[in-house]
Write a protein that binds this ligand. Structure first.
Ligand code: IVH
Length: 676
């Protein structure tokens, strides 16, 4: 390559890598797989090395990917947060060790090998054992202050446990990763798909998108998790090595990596990397590699770092599991809310140990963007080790027969013309009577998390819809015994059982019915909050946005703006209002919560003061429970205080409570009260 060519390519790569870094770090919407991003970045780094005359300070190879967004205040890390060098090659991995051997003048080095957690980097600061701040990596020097959102993470204690062996320092920055479990990822994506919103490609993107939400209530609904593995600023010093540090992190009650391998030398380290690769699929978080770190903090200081990453650590990244296969057909699935989801029917291949025969293509735009055609040979990957995704088309293997896919303009099930709602990527079948939608709605309605009606499996539902007996939810309650008996397979006893179950379901708890309606965004916990607040289906149906949001604040704890709009929008549709009327007409009399459920109001009008260390909960957790039950938490004891919830080593607040005669309760009593 001539210098002129190199100059041009370097400029191109800088623009391209920066663009993808922006998509990944800031928007959590990468367009290319991580592996391809790493390749581009590597090509750029190699060229800059080969042609040092074109090296520049402002290059993505010298800066960490910036995640800062509008709407957050920034905070400067006491010690900068760096990136990690990565490699996909064993030779380069071993070369990392050789550099250190040369530097330290000795052969045997103690390392630790840890999972590389695929989440988003965060730094949490504890002062005198109390959580005071959580900040994203940002540009490495300063990041977005996400403290409020991070406090919704259940596994992140507000206070560190103290122990003699592992004293808590005055100030410590602890580095880690925020992530989502696979189960939570799937739950949220299903909800989004039904709501016609774009789904997230993997848990990492969803976690990143979530923590940068401006409404902490929405954040709390998506159960984020955290794992901590690194030390930043720390005063006074509490550990001399990673192994010691991890032991302290555990003792302080913080979640740490599922497994780590303290090893001597690079051969043992390489073996640990292999072991990790075998075990990692069972971990709670996604892993995309193994991080190998020099154990001793003294040696780390000696090794120092480059502009972007420390010389004492390296990430060996695992190749994503990919395979080539053919798209035999593209089919359309019609969801409960009429969303049309295109699905690639694949020639079955084995991927990460399971046979993959279908992959979602998400929506019309996605097919167009990747120019996916029936008959194409495509690369499929288990993205974030979860759902198989079609990465790209192998154009070399495209034949003339592969015609561009024409997204249907009619619903493949009922033939109604499909529509695209404003600001939605999804195409929808607007016919609420579409058999596909009815089937899905029925399945949801009778499921365990809704009316919980036994004896109505998919086959039975299909039959009821096919016969035309059930066109809408209320029709379920109009089924006739004689009709059901003609279904043949149904013997008398099971028919009677089903009819009894339907009769009993008429007196279901209100939240079950609310959830069963299938309002976009409204899951079980929101349905419970709504039931507690409105206590009546018709009141909920006629509520206005102002009843949910006043002065930009949620009126009902846990119901944010997105949901308020979804709920009012749902009931603004006269077909949905007719549905509610129909259900009441056939005799549904849902039971409003006696004793408040879920987000209860048991502590309404009560003020709590928390003091000392509780045996099983952090104070923040206790506060969250009080607020969820409509109580208030205050920082100081006064005559107006209803209860002081005291744990071990409670201080002056306890004395004050005794002085004023305020009742003092412990955790056990508190939990009893919560149960009602
Ligand atoms: S240690 C000075 N350990 O990977 C940087 N990082 O791609 C030392 N990461 O920015 C980082 N798992 O956010 C370390 N076990 C682990 C990790 C880990 C994931 C992240 C971290 C880092 C990124 C680089």
């Amino acid at each position: 390559m001539t210098p002129a060519e190199a100059k041009k390519r370097i400029a191109e790569l800088r623009a391209e890598v920066s663009r993808h870094a922006e998509l990944y770090y800031r928007q959590a919407k990468p367009e290319i797989p991580d592996r391809d991003y790493d390749k581009l970045e590597r090509e750029l780094a190699d060229l800059e090395k080969q042609f040092p005359q074109f090296a520049a300070k402002v290059s993505p190879t010298a800066q960490v990917g910036d995640d800062r967004l509008e709407g957050f205040s920034t905070y400067r890390h006491r010690q900068p947060m760096q990136s990690l060098d990565n490699t996909y090659s064993e030779d380069e991995y071993r070369a990392f060790h050789q550099r250190l051997v040369k530097l330290f003048g000795r052969d045997e080095l103690a390392y630790v090998v840890e999972p590389k957690v695929d989440g988003l980097a965060v730094s949490v600061t504890y002062e005198k054992g109390k959580l005071v701040r959580a900040v994203t990596r940002g540009n490495g020097e300063e990041g977005d202050d996400i403290t409020v959102n991070a406090r919704t993470i259940y596994s992140l204690p507000a206070e560190l446990k103290t122990s003699k062996k592992h004293p808590v320092p005055d100030v410590i920055e602890i580095r880690g990763e925020i992530y989502l479990t696979t189960a939570e990822f799937q739950r949220i994506n299903e909800e989004r798909e039904e709501a016609g919103e774009p789904v997230y490609a993997n848990p990492r993107n969803l976690a990143a998108g979530t923590i940068k939400q401006l409404d902490p209530k929405e954040v709390a609904r998506r159960k984020l998790e955290i794992v901590l593995y690194g030390i930043g600023y720390c005063e006074p010093q509490v550990a001399d090595s990673q192994s010691e540090f991890v032991a302290s992190v555990k003792a302080w009650g913080l979640p740490t990596v599922e497994k780590f391998w303290p090893v001597q030398g690079i051969d043992a380290a390489w073996q640990a990397v292999g072991e990790l690769d075998k075990l990692r699929h069972a971990f709670a978080y996604g892993t995309d590699g193994a991080v190998t770190k020099v154990d001793s903090f003294g040696l780390r200081r000696e090794a120092g770092s480059t502009a972007k990453s420390p010389r004492w650590a390296i990430a060996y990244k695992f190749e994503p599991e990919r395979a080539e296969t053919k798209i035999n057909a593209i089919t359309i699935q019609v969801g409960r809310t009429g969303v049309l989801t295109p699905v690639a029917e694949l020639e079955p291949v084995i991927l990460a140990g399971t046979t993959v025969a279908r992959a979602t293509l998400h929506n019309k735009d996605e097919i167009a963007r990747k120019d996916i055609r029936v008959g194409d040979t495509v690369l499929v990957e288990k993205a974030g080790e979860v759902i198989p995704a079609v990465i790209e088309v192998n154009l070399k293997r495209r034949t003339k027969e592969c015609r561009p896919y024409e997204f249907p303009d009619k619903c493949p099930v009922c033939g109604t013309k499909v529509v695209q709602l404003e600001e939605e990527v999804a195409m929808r079948c607007p016919n609420l009577g579409c058999p596909a939608q009815v089937r899905r709605r029925l399945t949801h309605f009778v499921s365990k998390a809704c009316l919980d009606i036994d004896g109505l499996g998919t086959a039975m539902i299909d039959e009821l819809v096919e016969k035309g007996w059930v066109k809408e939810l209320p029709d379920l309650f109009r089924l006739k015994r004689d009709d059901l008996l003609t279904l043949g397979k149904k013997v008398e006893k099971s028919t009677d059982n089903l009819l009894a179950a339907l009769e009993a379901a008429k007196r279901c708890e209100l939240w079950r019915l609310i959830h069963g309606l299938g309002i976009p965004h409204v899951g079980v916990s929101a349905a419970k909050d709504l039931a507690t607040h409105f206590r009546d289906l018709e009141k909920l149906a006629s509520a206005k946005v102002e009843d949910f949001i006043a002065n930009k604040e949620s009126v009902i704890s846990g119901i944010g703006e997105t949901m308020a709009v979804a709920i009012t929008g749902f009931f603004a549709d006269k077909r949905n209002r007719a549905l509610v009327e129909g259900l009441l007409e056939v005799g549904l009399k849902p039971v409003a919560p006696e004793k408040p459920v879920g987000g209860s109001t048991i502590f309404a009008g009560k003020t709590f003061v928390l003091t000392g260390t509780l045996p099983t909960m952090s104070r923040d957790e206790a506060a969250a429970k009080i607020e969820a039950a409509a109580g208030k938490v205050s920082g100081s004891v006064s005559k107006k205080t209803s209860y002081v919830l005291a744990g071990e080593e409670a201080g002056s607040k306890l004395d004050k409570a005794k002085e004023l005669g305020v009742p003092v309760i412990d955790e056990a009593e508190f939990l009893k009260m919560l149960k009602g």
